[in-house]
Ligand binder design. Structure first.
Ligand code: SAH
Ligand code: F3S
Length: 469
């Protein structure tokens, strides 16, 4: 890792230096899927810059094109395959361009990707990024280059990511890689390998750098952050506490939590530190215990509700979002109704909703029939989305007349004289700019809302950053 000293270079400086090098080959990288992929692409850029590459945002200028891919649903893969058609066209006019597929699709499909997509020169799985310069050498000499080995200990702990977040306000810090949960429907354990935690020292060091670069918020990342475990000495709550104490001036978020592993100790730590945001993403997937069992999630409807009750008790002002899958194998109308009733009962502030998509090789693909017709999956999903829209609107209406500390992230897409930012509860608030700038924490009173956004105006721009909320 670039150790934080007076000579420490920011991400912008590193890119500037890289792009000033004469005749450096140029890399373009495109990222799909989860936040972990965004963080991984930042590692890849760091590795490539250190190996003499320049970086561009325009693929027409690139010598090397990397696509960091997602396999979580078939739709994600199809989108990426469509995108490859654009690069195929580019390669026809410039055959020397090297195309590399990174991430989960590489790991899932391996050499098949090269057979199926004729333009692909490099296939690199999530644990192979240190070997990218070597893979490029092989590709340049006309061979196809593959590295899809998964590792038990790779955490890229010593690599300083080159941050690409446009607003410069919020940064990701990966704390644990892989997933051992093996939910029956999920391809992630196969594409990202076994769980392994990163040392607390390198996490804290990276956060120092992030603050030096001017960021105001970090998100600690993992497929299941609650399984964080450093040598049986430090668990996730302990890490969270360390990070919160060491960095009182920034906001701290984390994702994703897992119902079985989400402890009261984490909740109490959140309650103890005002700089830890009061927001939890706790996927439930289905409201039916029968389906949850078939999903191999390891909890029931009742034990999930018990976790929600613990959140409400220890953190009354915490917002909660979730993930829901519609139309899993053998899901009946009654099972679906249980999902609907759980949503009505808990009233999530937000939900990410998906139609079940068979992932080859998973337990569900091997053992159960994907027996819910597409039309039924669609109907159930629409019902879930419509209900959630109503619940989100209700939740937002409750915020009218309340005042929140908001970290400004950027200009509103709809209107250039408005900013948007988030409150501690991760709700997006849009308001007129007035004496403020991106990265400021401002106090905003909510005056109106839609189901997706709160609307308001600034009541105070704080000179001293206060994060109590
Ligand atoms: N723990 C991970 C989950 C990754 S997958 C995290 O960090 O978020 C994200 C969500 O995608 C899951 O919670 C689930 O709701 C959905 N998902 C995963 N596999 C799926 C599949 N085969 N079909 C439909 N949705 C799926
Ligand atoms: Fe997937 Fe379950 Fe892990 S949804 S990422 S196997 S927690």
């Amino acid at each position: 890792m670039q150790i934080y000293t007076k000579e420490y270079l920011t991400s912008i400086q590193r890119i500037e230096q890289a792009n000033n090098r004469k005749d450096a080959p140029i890399l373009y990288i495109e990222t799909y899927g989860c936040q972990m992929n965004v963080a991984d692409s930042e590692l890849v850029i760091s590795i490539m810059i250190d190996n003499g590459y320049a970086i561009t945002d325009d693929f027409n200028l690139a010598d090397v094109i990397f696509i960091n891919t997602c396999s979580v649903r078939d739709k994600a893969e199809r989108k990426i395959r469509n995108r490859l058609k654009v690069f195929k066209f580019l390669k026809r006019s410039r055959p020397s361009v090297i195309v590399g597929i990174l991430g989960c699709m590489s790991e899932r499909l391996k050499e098949k990707l090269i057979e199926e997509e004729k333009i692909v020169d490099i296939v690199a799985g999530p644990d192979s990024y240190r070997s990218l310069p070597q893979l490029l050498k092989e590709a340049e000499s006309g061979q196809t280059a593959i590295n899809v080995l998964l590792s038990r200990d790779e955490t890229y702990a010593d690599i300083s990511p080159v941050r690409r977040d446009k607003s410069g306000v919020s940064a990701y810090v990966s704390i644990i890689r892989g997933c051992d949960n093996m939910c029956a429907f999920c391809v992630v354990p196969f594409t990202r390998g076994r769980e392994r935690s990163r040392s607390p020292e390198t996490i804290l060091e990276e956060i120092k750098q992030i603050i030096y670069e001017g960021y105001k918020e970090i998100t600690l990342l993992g497929q299941n952050v609650d399984k964080y475990n450093w040598n049986n000495e430090l668990n996730f709550a302990g890490l969270l506490r360390k990070v919160a104490i060491a960095n009182p001036e920034i906001r701290i978020r984390f994702a994703t939590s897992y119902p079985n592993n989400f402890t009261d100790e984490v909740l109490k730590t959140m309650a103890d530190y005002s700089n830890i945001c009061k927001y939890i993403h706790l996927p439930f997937q289905s409201g039916s215990s029968k389906i949850l069992k078939k999903m191999r999630r390891g909890y029931t409807r009742e034990s999930y509700i018990e976790r929600i009750n613990a959140i409400r008790k220890i953190l009354p002002d915490c917002s909660i979002s979730t993930d829901i899958i519609a139309g899993y194998c053998s899901e009946t109308d009654e099972d679906h109704e249980q999902t609907i009733s759980l949503m009505k009962n808990i009233k999530f502030d937000y939900a990410y909703t998906f139609k079940y998509s068979v992932r080859p090789g998973t337990y569900a693909a091997r053992n159960y029939k994907d027996d819910i017709p597409e039309r039924t999956k669609g109907k159930r999903l629409r019902e879930i989305i419509n209900l959630q829209t109503k619940i989100s609107l209700e939740s937002n209406k409750k915020d009218i007349n309340k005042t929140f500390y908001v970290l400004i992230e950027g200009k509103s897409k709809r209107s250039s004289n408005r900013y948007f930012g988030r409150n501690s509860q991760n709700k997006v608030i849009v308001f007129p700019k007035i004496n403020s700038k991106i990265g400021d924490i401002v106090r905003v009173v909510v005056t109106n809302c839609t189901s997706a956004t709160l609307l308001g105006h600034i009541v105070k721009v704080d000179d001293i950053i206060k994060l109590i909320n």
